[in-house]
Design a protein around this ligand. Structure first.
Ligand code: NAD
Ligand code: SER
Length: 339
């Protein structure tokens, strides 16, 4: 039996990696939705692609009528910098859009008479450390600590984690008859992600991938955070593995719905050191933007991934060195060689 999965935000960075991986499994039919047309390379890997807005309930309802989804990967969102520039729009897309998808998931669960899995990528942006000195004194942050975000994006993500929990456990709890069919909500709090094959837009962790991609093209880069800035990151193939692994984990092994994942946490100057070794002609200067800096300073320097390791066997495949020398540098070199 083939599984059918829905991916929203399918043309984004994670969507690219996820579709490539899922398409290699012959057992999965992919239905992909994005505001923008999917890249040609992705389109042929999907059984159906839809250009549409997650705020358009009728598009989602017609999708739901046409397909029985086993799992839904809800990736569509406005990331942190873009969300801060357009807070009401971010709230609509990140919160109301997620609510629309949760409604589709619960309708599908009821009609199919079984739990539909809802996989949701949250973010280290849900954390909000009050000052640099607290950040520097805080060891690897656990899921329950410092959930006091200071960005619209972080607030949206934290609230949607709670919405997922509600739809999974308490949906319409006052109804006379208990709701038939619940959703199986599973969430990862991702660190900043670095892909060799796509470029980020609209995030605040973007300085790391931007530095690498500019250097690989032989361009100078002005980094918008201080040299000592430290947050967790992960190479994109590990992010895709984490999503697939959490999706596949037996329900009974999961003791929580939201899990930190992370891989390495270099400072911006340590990143620069590696980029410079790989691309010695690189010119990087540091001109911190105080406002974007303040956002990154409120994010933790590292995350505690004990629960993910214990419950579903999370283990990173890419240390910083391995990510750089075996994935990021060769693949970005290839990407820009012909340009
Ligand atoms: P991205 O910006 O590359 O992709 C997001 C996609 O969503 C885009 O293709 C965009 O067109 C689509 N989209 C936006 N608004 C939409 C709408 N109204 N209707 C339909 N589609 C819409 O982001 P990404 O890096 O692929 O991130 C995917 C998810 O992972 C997001 O939820 C993001 O918050 C989360 N995440 C990403 C990172 C990261 O570093 N990339 C870190 C933590 C969490
Ligand atoms: N990488 C994302 C951002 O910077 C965090 O989720 O917005």
């Amino acid at each position: 039996m083939k599984m059918t999965v829905l991916i929203t935000g399918a043309n984004g960075e994670i969507g690219h990696g996820l579709i490539d991986h899922l398409a290699e499994m012959d057992s999965v039919d992919i239905v992909a939705l994005d505001l923008h047309p999917l890249d040609e390379s992705l389109r042929r890997k999907c059984v159906r692609t839809i250009v549409g807005d997650i705020l358009n309930a009728s598009i989602l309802e017609s999708l739901s009528t046409a397909h029985n989804f086993d799992s839904m990967y809800h990736l569509a969102a406005l990331l942190s910098t873009r969300a801060e520039r357009q807070p009401p729009l971010a709230h609509r897309v990140n919160v109301e859009g997620t609510l629309n998808l949760l409604e589709i998931a619960i309708t599908q669960s009821r009609l199919q008479g079984r739990e539909v899995k809802f996989i949701y990528p949250s973010s280290i942006a849900v954390y909000g450390l009050p000052s640099l000195s607290v950040k520097n004194q805080t060891a690897k942050i656990r899921e329950s600590e410092w959930c006091t975000p200071r960005t619209m994006y972080g607030i949206n993500k934290l609230y949607c984690e709670q919405l997922g929990n509600y739809y999974a456990n308490f949906y319409r709890q006052l109804d006379a008859e208990p709701t038939k069919g619940r959703i199986d909500f599973r969430c990862l709090r991702f660190p900043g992600l670095i892909s060799a094959t796509t470029l980020p837009t609209g995030g605040t962790s973007d300085y790391a991938p931007e530095m690498l991609h500019q250097a690989a093209q032989g361009n100078a880069y002005v980094c918008f955070v201080r040299e000592d800035t430290r947050i967790p990151f992960m190479a994109m193939p590990d992010a895709i593995r984490a999503l697939l692994r959490l999706e596949a984990a037996p329900r009974e092994s999961l003791t929580q719905q939201v899990y930190n994942v992370g891989a390495f946490n270099p400072s911006a100057s340590e990143l620069y050191g590696l980029v410079q070794q790989a691309f010695p002609k690189t010119e990087v200067s540091f001109a911190p933007d105080p406002k974007r800096q303040a956002i990154v300073d409120s994010w933790p320097a590292d995350v505690d991934t004990t629960a993910a390791s214990r419950d579903w066997g999370w283990k990173t495949s890419y240390s910083l060195e391995k990510a750089f020398w075996e994935y990021l540098v060769p693949a970005t070199r290839d990407r820009y060689r012909s340009m």
